[in-house]
Design a protein around this ligand. Structure first.
Ligand code: CA
Length: 226
C-alpha cells in the first residue's frame, strides 16, 4: 500500500498538459485524478474528494469560470486556476468567484507543485482557537468563519477572503504591505502578483459594506477603527 499526500483533481482538456502535470504530481506522491471537461470535473469534485482542484479556464462545454462557481456553491476545496498568459480579466474574474490562486500558462510543473503545497500547508494548519474580533460593529467569528454585520445579517466570505479579513482585523490600525499580506495569507512570496490582494480586498469591501478597510496608497491596506 502506498501512502499518498492526497488527491489532486486536474480539470483540463489538453492531454499533453494533463500528462505532464500527472507525472510531476505522482512523482511528488500525490494521486492525480484527471477530468477532461467541466461536467466530469464537477462529478470528480463530488465523488473523489480532492484536496485541491487545478482548473483550466478554457474548457469545452462549461467553462472554467462557471465550473469554479459551481464548485464554490457546495465546497470550500482550494481551487487554483490555470489561465492563459493574456487572460488578465479571466484571472480577476476567477478570483472574484472564489478561486484561491491562479497560475499562468505556460507554467512550470514545479511551480504548480509548489503552489499546491502552499495551499495545502495553509489548510493543514491547526485550527486557530475560535474567537471573535469586533471592528466597527462587524463581528468576525473565526470559529464559524463568518461575519455578522451591524444590521444583524450574517455573511460567509470565501476561505481566502476570511483569512485576509482576519489578518487585517488582528492587526487593526497597522498598515500592512501587499507583500506582507501575501506572505501571511497566501503563505509564500507571490512575486509580482499583488493584484491578487487587491481583488480579494475589493470582494471584502463589496460583501462587507461599511467595514473600514482603508487603502494605504502605494503600500497596502489597513483596518481602521470605523
Ligand atoms: Ca483548455
Amino acid at each position: 500500500m502506498t501512502t499518498s499526500r492526497g488527491t489532486v483533481l486536474l480539470i483540463e482538456d489538453e492531454e499533453a498538459i494533463a500528462d505532464l502535470v500527472r507525472m510531476y504530481f505522482e512523482q511528488e506522491g500525490y494521486r492525480l485524478v484527471h477530468a477532461a471537461d467541466g461536467e466530469r470535473g464537477l462529478e470528480a469534485v463530488r465523488d473523489r474528494d480532492p484536496r485541491v482542484v487545478l482548473l483550466d479556464l478554457g474548457l469545452p462545454g462549461i467553462d472554467g469560470i462557471e465550473v469554479c462557481r459551481r464548485i464554490r456553491a457546495s465546497s470550500d476545496v482550494p481551487v487554483i486556476m490555470l489561465t492563459a498568459r493574456d487572460g488578465e480579466v479571466d484571472k480577476v474574474v476567477g478570483l472574484e468567484i472564489g478561486a484561491d490562486d491562479y497560475v499562468t500558462k505556460p507554467f512550470s510543473p514545479r511551480e504548480l507543485v509548489a503552489r499546491v503545497r502552499a495551499v495545502l500547508r495553509r489548510s493543514e494548519e491547526p485550527a486557530r482557537v475560535p474567537s471573535t474580533l469586533e471592528v466597527a460593529g462587524f463581528e468576525i467569528d473565526s470559529g464559524r468563519r463568518e461575519v455578522r454585520l451591524p444590521s444583524g445579517e450574517v455573511v460567509r466570505p470565501t476561505a481566502r477572503e476570511f483569512d485576509l479579513l482576519w489578518y487585517l482585523a488582528e492587526n487593526q490600525g497597522l498598515v500592512l504591505s501587499r507583500p506582507q499580506i501575501l506572505e501571511a495569507v497566501w503563505g509564500y512570496d507571490y512575486f509580482g502578483e499583488t493584484r491578487t490582494v487587491d481583488v480579494h480586498i475589493r470582494q471584502l469591501r463589496r460583501k462587507l459594506d461599511g467595514l473600514p478597510i482603508e487603502t494605504a496608497w502605494g503600500v497596502g491596506y489597513r483596518m481602521g477603527d470605523g
